[in-house]
Structures are given as C-alpha cells and as structure tokens.
Design a protein around this ligand. Structure first.
Ligand SMILES: Nc1ncnc2c1ncn2[C@@H]1O[C@H](COP(=O)(O)OP(=O)(O)O)[C@@H](O)[C@H]1O
Ligand SMILES: [Mg+2]
Length: 388
C-alpha cells in the first residue's frame, strides 16, 4: 500500500512538504549564522513543519551544530519550562546517558538537580529541582546551553514551538526580562521562537517596550500559493495511480483559501472518493466530508462566544465593513460601539478573524462555509458551486 501523498496531522516532513523554498533558505541561513529568528502565523499554516524541515537539513549538513526542538504547548509553568529546557539540553549534549549524569554535576554550579532514569534511560529521563532554589538561580538554566556549547565547542540551535505559551506563566514579566537578558549575551546559542497566537507573539516581539523587542529577525509565514498547490495535488494523485486535471485541482486551494492544513485535508478526502479520475463531483462530496469532520470544533468555537461576539461574526460573514455604523449595529444587534471594538479585539486575539489585510475576514475558510450555512442557511451550492 502506498503512503498517502496528502498529510494533515501535526507536521509534514519531506514527502508531503511543498515549496517554502525562500523561507527554508532564509531560516537555514539565519540559524547557522547565529541570527535569532521568530516565526509568526496562525495555527496550521506550517510553522512547525518548516522548522522541522530546516532542522533536519542542519542536522544533515552541519556537524558543528546541535539542534533541539521543544514544544511548549503543554509546558505550563516556569518550573516545568526550566526543567524541560535543562533536560533537553543535557540530552543533546552527549549521546551517552552516563555522561548526562557527569555533565550535570559539572555544569550546574548553584543548582542541584535530581535526576531520574526509567528502564530506557534515553527516552525516560527526567530532571527536577527545588522550586525555591530554581527560582533564584533560573539564569543558571537559561545559560546552560551557552556553557555546554562553549565547553564542547559546538553551536546550539534551540527551537521553541508555541512560544507564546510562556506568556501565561505566573510571573511571566520577570521571567521574560531574565530570559532576554541571559540569551542576548550568548555567543554559542541561536534561538528560533515561533507560535500561533499572532496577537500574543506580536505583542512579545514587536512591542518596543517589551524585553524581546528586536531580539532577532521576524518571519511572518504566509500560506502556500495556488500554483504550488496545483502542482502538489496533481502529482499526489499521480503517485497513487489516479488523475486530477489542473483545472479541478485548482478548485481545492481556491475553496480552502490556500490554507495548508485544509488544502491537504480536502485533497486527501477527494483522493479517497476518487476511483480513477477526480472530477468536481468528488471535490463537492469531499468538501461536505471535511466540513462534517470538523463540525464539532466549530460548534465548540461558537459555544465559547458571547451573543454579541457571535453577532459581530455574523456581520463579518455578511461582508459588512462599518461595524460601528448605526445601521449595522442595529441590524446585527452588536450593542454599543464600545462593545463592537471590544468584541472585534477578542475575535482577533482568538484568531477567529483576521484584520491584517485591511478588512476583517474569517481566518478559517471551512469554518466560514459552515458558519454561513448554519446561521444564514446558505447552501454550499449557493455559497460556492453556483459561482465557480
Ligand atoms: N510546506 C508544506 N507543504 C505542504 N503542506 C504543509 C506545509 N506546511 C504545512 N502543511 C500542512 O499544514 C499542516 C499543519 O502544519 P504545521 O507545521 O503543524 O502548522 P503550524 O505549526 O503552523 O500549526 C500540516 O500537517 C500539513 O498538512
Ligand atoms: Mg505547530
């Protein structure tokens, strides 16, 4: 059986990865030249995949660099962060676990780590500290990569995924200052910090009054363009012995507004429904399946919104522009102009809508289709197929 050419999971590696040539080159060069780099985009646009790809390239080509990727998605406190950070750095500093113990004694001056090993020491190794002690000497951990890299004569590249998560730690402001102060002095360590909550990431890295301002280069990762998607989809079908015409393949990114995760999902569903030749009929059915499969998430999204937020989203779905005009506020029951501004900020903060392109629009293309059907009873034919 052939592996699916279309993948929409967490990250995609070599096979299902397409394009991003410019971004790969830039990130690769930045990281090996010691330029800290931040990557910002909404979730599922391809940040983690891009970093994984570049890190794999670096591991293959640059023997004097050591790389680490740490996903902070479920690292929820400063203590947890510091212990995870220390453990991962110690792990890549040597490939012998006996040496990890030795190194820990050498590299920690003020802190005393408690180490524990499971049956398989390589996959089951943890490190912990007394919180009081850890708190007063956290810079010892933050500086650990520099100390090890210097001693062992290599360069560290440390990639922290879902970085914005640290902003929710109690005492973040202090910690943020300490991180920046320690990291900016390091000569042997380069950081790649990336995350999905655009609002929070921008606040951390692009606010002149914040410690991480000008910490490095910022890449605003875009979606993947239609031409690349067409090529990718057509060749994906060919790999499985099926056929899709370019003009049909083009419909997939068009419907999903080039959103990487959704394009892969819709392509996969279409492929599964195709006998030999994909036509618009298969894409139509696949779209229904994609939306059905994601409906529970959309429902949940709606449930967390206040009535006036939901109404504002209805106004967005109806292509309204002047949300604070009396007509619009009355028609959609948006409350006061203050409510409108506040709700708009919430929808932006939660990455429901996007206002980076001048106007306010849905960020999730399939959610938008579902929403219009759900709240305005607009069939897919009316929304899409009749206008194609
Ligand atoms: N370069 C790419 N080529 C093809 N598909 C991609 C690419 N980058 C991302 N994707 C699709 O988007 C999905 C989400 O990517 P991911 O890297 O996890 O995004 P993020 O980290 O921004 O949330 C992947 O599973 C894949 O389906
Ligand atoms: Mg990711």
């Amino acid at each position: 059986m052939i592996d699916s050419p279309f993948i929409y999971g967490n990250t995609v590696s070599s096979e299902a990865f397409t394009n991003r040539k410019k971004e790969i080159k830039k990130l690769y060069n930045n990281l090996i030249q010691g330029i800290n780099t931040m990557i910002i985009s909404p979730r599922r646009w391809g940040k983690s995949s891009l970093v994984e790809k570049v890190v794999n390239d670096i591991n293959r080509k640059n023997k004097d660099h050591r790389t680490i990727i740490i996903d902070l998605f479920s690292v929820n406190t400063e203590k947890d962060f510091l212990e995870t950070f220390a453990r991962e750095i110690i792990k890549v500093s040597s490939n012998k676990w006996e040496e990890w113990i030795k190194n820990s004694k050498v590299f920690f001056k003020l802190l005393i780590p408690k180490m524990s090993f499971g049956v398989d020491p390589y996959s089951d190794f943890s490190l912990s500290f007394e919180w009081e002690e850890l708190k007063s000497h956290s810079d010892e951990i933050l500086n650990l990569p520099e100390v090890i890299a210097k001693k062992k004569n290599f360069q560290f590249i440390i990639c922290l995924d879902e970085f914005q998560n640290i902003a929710s730690y109690p005492g973040f402001l202090e910690f943020e200052k300490k991180m920046r102060a320690t990291w900016q002095r390091q000569k042997h360590v380069t950081y790649c910090l990336y995350g999905s909550k655009r609002h929070m990431m921008t606040e951390i890295f692009n606010n002149p009054s914040k410690p991480f301002y000008r910490f490095g280069d910022i890449i605003l990762l875009d979606k993947i363009n239609t031409k690349d998607w067409i090529r990718f989809i057509v060749s994906g079908f060919v790999k499985t012995g099926k056929v899709i015409e370019k003009t049909d393949a083009e419909i997939i990114p068009k419907l999903m507004k080039n959103h990487p995760w959704y394009v892969q999902q819709l392509a996969q569903y279409t492929l599964n429904l195709t006998g030999k030749n994909a036509t618009i009929a298969e894409i139509k059915k696949a779209l229904v399946e994609v939306i059905n499969a994601n409906t529970p998430f959309y429902q949940k999204e709606i449930e967390t919104m206040s009535p006036t937020q939901l109404n504002l989203l209805k106004a967005v779905a109806s292509n309204e522009i002047q949300f604070t005009s009396t007509d619009v506020m009355q028609k959609y029951k948006l409350g006061t102009p203050r409510n409108v501004l506040k709700n708009k900020a919430v929808l932006i903060k939660n990455d429901i809508v996007d206002n980076t392109r001048g106007s306010v629009s849905f960020l999730d293309p399939a959610f938008e289709i579902w929403f219009k059907k759900q709240f305005f009873n607009q069939s897919y034919d009316k929304q899409i197929w009749n206008n194609l």
